[in-house]
Ligand binder design. Structure first.
Ligand code: ADP
Ligand code: MG
Length: 835
């Protein structure tokens, strides 16, 4: 068998599977490809060709055939597929792997004889599997699938077990079509009478089917899945689960879960409490459910319970592996709640252990320079502001300055809704450090924001460039009268020209810069500041121990002020960030009007652009935020670029548009930002990542595309980009075909203007397991715990404190598993992943 022929086949079959077994890998269909392919061979083809053709197979059969074929030709997924759709035969690690079929062995040896270029894989790879193995070691997980799983935070087998359902659909017992009730969830067993492909809304391909049982008929629509029309031949038996709605007076199920019915096969997709996992592009709910099930059946029993038995019993918690299993497949609501309680306890408990030990470490670290209050300097600053501070700003600043007077390093979180005016508080604190002849660092999460802070400070204080030894416009100086000498302000960014960066770093190290604004570049070793007195970290809860440690110099610890717009309730903040003191800006500057927020249905898209045009005609400016694409930075950039061209040429050709994305060279970013701030651009089109924190008082409208893909807290942040000046402002949330749940979520924003209230609602909507949501909002990775788990929280707190009292460094053998988890937690935190 020529290698090239095998490789070609392997490529096509892999592609076919990646594309979801829809017979779309080759033009003309797989059957024709296979026929041509085997004609070219001088020997018997190494794979059995489906008798009635691939096209005639059901999705299930196609997937099974592909598995088999890939196994035979040594594809990228060498192990036999686990029979995941059947509960009866879990691939236990200890028990037998399904015996390889005879043909497989001969094909494998044939391949070896031919010196097939693909890597040899251990035949029973399950045998070597542990919980820390990569998911790629699981059956059916190709590299492509592994990449997608990674987007869900799943890289290891353990991660897979911990990919908890966002919720369960309770389909309960089967019912007959005649008994279906409108607006309720049901499962029915039906036969397909007719299924065909249709177009809906003029642009979306769908499958529309009529199904029924002895008692009546039902219309079913699967959006975006036109291929099902071909799979569901008349007479196909299906179990369908989903909500029944009325459509043109006919009961209809929209995109229900489906499972072909074959004999007494147990249903994992449609029967009883069905887990619904967070989705990512390229993984269907069915795929994901099957993958998790395989991991659970085969490796769930390997989970080791880290909690000491006595504690577990005292707290009345399920053993870990049972809890994990029950979290995915509970018998009923009660067993689900039990599982959740145990797993939520684990999260809260680890968090408490972490917070307690971090606090101890911070307290034991070196002292900080006490920085006295200099009212002369502060007054000079206030006199230059075009406004006076709000009461909340004054109070918070006072708390900050009192902390800075002490020798114990400040460790404070300044929390305030978007637009509440955190920046001036930070600036006042930084200048206070300068007045004490100390340096200040101001760190922002993105280059664009760092740049903006740099500009804001420069403008407020009338800073100007001076000849400064080559650092160019990255160094400015200004005078603040009570201070005898000019104050110097620097900018340090990763993508600065190398010479400039080096010059700024050199000046920092000589102590020649008083305040340096920058990104993570500030944490690099080359960016040492010998007289650092205060570090401000903007828009970031996730500032880890390691990062803090890197700010320390010469045995001294600088004061630390962390700022965040993620509004979380005070009680929760105290627990989550128990090592930080808290100041809250619970008041917006006067005169702010709420941003009027509306959802825009797809058919009104043009009206939305028209609205932008009218605002521009009034002299205002607009933001357009492109949809979130999980795939990659590069994809995101491409999508934004495409959208920018589409808007410039089709939707808004008469306006002046600018494009901003993270991958642009710094110069271009600066240029676009500058032009937008100066009013030379009408509309700023950007990727979501760079959108946070831009401050343009003339912008009155923000149009968020793909709004259903963002968490509420994040949408609220976006919306905070407008309504910062005196103009009435608007936020338009656009999404094509949002789910009912997404619509409901978006309605919250239409109704609620206050960030704290939005956050509460957000957490209510976001069931446990919504990993993305929490990650985006800056909350720690709580999948199971909820804000309302106050009792569990105090229990976890109590147990964590007791444990650390008894064994402060977790040195006892029975605490080894916990110690390991804790160091993993801390490592994650310092990478900015947790906490
Ligand atoms: P955030 O808390 O979101 O970082 P900013 O610090 O960017 O908010 O402030 C938002 C806007 O409000 C800025 O334009 C700032 O100049 C302005 N601002 C801040 N404090 C006040 C105040 N006390 N009165 C009026 N405007 C203020
Ligand atoms: Mg800000």
């Amino acid at each position: 068998m020529p290698d090239a022929e095998l490789a070609a086949l392997r490529k096509i079959l892999t592609l076919e599977r990646q594309k979801g077994c829809r017979d779309t890998a080759v033009i003309g269909g797989l059957d024709r490809f296979l026929a041509r392919w085997s004609e070219r061979l001088s020997e018997q083809p190494p794979i059995p060709v489906p008798r009635r053709g691939y096209a005639a197979l059901s999705a299930e059969q196609r997937s099974r055939w592909l598995d088999e074929a890939m196994t035979l030709i040594g594809g990228d997924d060498g192990a036999p597929a686990a029979p995941a759709s059947r509960r009866s035969a879990p691939p236990r690690q200890s028990s037998a792997t399904p015996a390889p079929p005879a043909t497989r062995r001969s094909a494998a040896s044939r391949k070896r004889a031919a010196g097939g270029e693909s890597q040899e894989r251990p035949r029973n790879k399950e045998d070597e599997l542990s919980l820390t193995s990569s998911v790629e070691a699981l059956p059916r997980v190709t590299p492509a699938i592994a990449t997608r799983l990674k987007k869900l935070g799943v890289s290891t087998v353990r991660d897979m077990l911990y990919l908890f359902p966002r919720r369960h659909n309770d389909y309960g017992a089967m019912c007959s079509v005649a008994d279906l009730q409108i607006d309720s969830e049901h499962t029915v067993a039906v036969s397909v009478w007719e299924a065909r492909e249709t177009m809906l809304g003029g642009r979306m391909r769908a499958t529309e089917a009529v199904v029924g049982d002895d008692t009546g008929n039902l219309r079913v629509v699967w959006f975006n899945q036109p291929f099902l029309a071909r799979q569901f031949k008349p007479g196909t038996r299906l179990a369908l689960s989903g909500k029944v709605t009325l459509f043109r007076d006919a009961p209809t199920m929209q995109s229900p879960e489906y499972e072909p019915l074959q004999g007494d096969e147990n249903m994992i997709h449609t029967g009883g409490l069905v887990p619904v996992y967070p989705l990512t592009q390229g993984l269907t709910p069915r795929n994901l459910r099957r993958l998790v099930r395989t991991a659970l059946d085969g490796w769930g029993h390997l989970l080791v319970d880290p909690l000491p038995d006595a504690m577990r019993q005292r707290a009345g918690l399920l053993p870990l592996s049972q809890a994990v299993r029950q979290a995915h497949y509970p018998h009923d609501a009660e067993s689900q709640a039990e599982a959740r309680r145990r797993l939520a306890f684990d999260e809260l408990f680890m968090m408490q252990l972490f917070v307690f030990s971090r606090r101890r470490e911070w307290r034991e670290s070196g002292g900080a320079p006490p920085l006295g209050r200099d009212s002369g300097v502060l007054d000079a600053l206030f006199s230059r502001l075009p406004f006076s501070l709000t009461a909340a700003q004054t109070r918070s600043l006072d708390e900050v300055l009192s902390d800075m007077e002490k020798e114990r390093p400040m460790s404070r979180l300044l929390q305030g809704d978007v637009g509440s005016g955190k920046t001036v508080v930070a600036l006042a604190a930084l200048l206070s450090a300068v007045a004490n002849d100390r340096q200040g660092a101001f760190m922002a999460p993105t280059e664009i924001l760092a740049q903006q802070h740099f500009r804001t400070v420069a403008d407020l204080l009338g800073a100007s460039g001076e000849s400064d030894g080559g650092a160019g416009d990255a160094v400015l100086t200004f005078r603040l009268p009570p201070l005898p000498r000019p104050v110097s302000l620097g900018l340090l960014l990763g993508s600065q020209p190398r010479r400039q960066k080096r010059d700024v770093q050199a000046m920092m190290a000589q102590g020649a810069l008083d305040v340096v604004v920058g990104t993570h570049a500030l944490l690099q070793q080359e960016a040492e500041m010998p007289r650092l007195g205060l570090a401000v970290v903007d828009e970031q809860h996730r500032f880890g121990v390691m990062q803090r440690a890197s700010l320390r110099s010469k045995g001294e610890t600088p004061h630390l002020l962390v700022m965040s717009a993620t509004p979380i309730p005070r009680s929760l903040a105290l627990t989550l960030y128990g090592d930080l003191d808290l100041s809250i800006l619970d008041e917006l500057p006067p005169g702010r009007r709420p941003v009027r927020t509306r959802s825009v249905p797809p058919e009104r898209r043009l009206d939305a652009y028209e609205f932008v045009r009218r605002q521009v005609a009034l002299g205002r400016q607009a933001f357009v935020v492109c949809p979130l694409i999980e795939e990659s930075d590069a994809m995101q950039t491409r999508a934004a670029t495409t959208e920018f061209h589409r808007l410039s040429t089709e939707a808004l050709p008469d306006l002046t548009l600018g494009l901003l994305h993270g991958r642009m060279p710094l110069r271009e970013k600066e240029d676009v930002m500058g032009r937008f701030q100066r009013g030379e651009l009408d509309v700023l089109v950007s990727t979501p990542v760079v959108e946070v924190g831009i401050d343009n008082r003339n912008a009155s409208v923000i149009l968020i595309d793909g709004a259903d893909r963002f968490g509420l807290a994040q949408l609220h942040q976006f919306r905070g980009r407008v309504g910062r000046g005196e103009h009435a402002s608007y936020c338009m949330l656009m999404s094509d075909y949002p789910s009912a749940e997404a619509k409901e979520r978006l309605e919250v924003l239409e109704r609620v203007a206050d960030g704290f209230a939005v956050a509460e609602e957000d957490l209510r909507f976001r069931g446990p397991g919504d990993y993305f949501g929490t990650r985006q909002s800056g909350l720690p990775d709580l999948r199971m715990a909820r804000l309302s788990d106050q009792d569990l929280l105090s229990l976890a707190r109590q147990e964590a404190a007791a444990l650390l009292r008894a064994d402060p460094s977790l040195a006892r053998p029975e605490h080894r598993a916990l110690a390991e988890l804790l160091s993993g937690y801390a490592a994650g935190s310092s990478r900015g992943e947790i906490s």
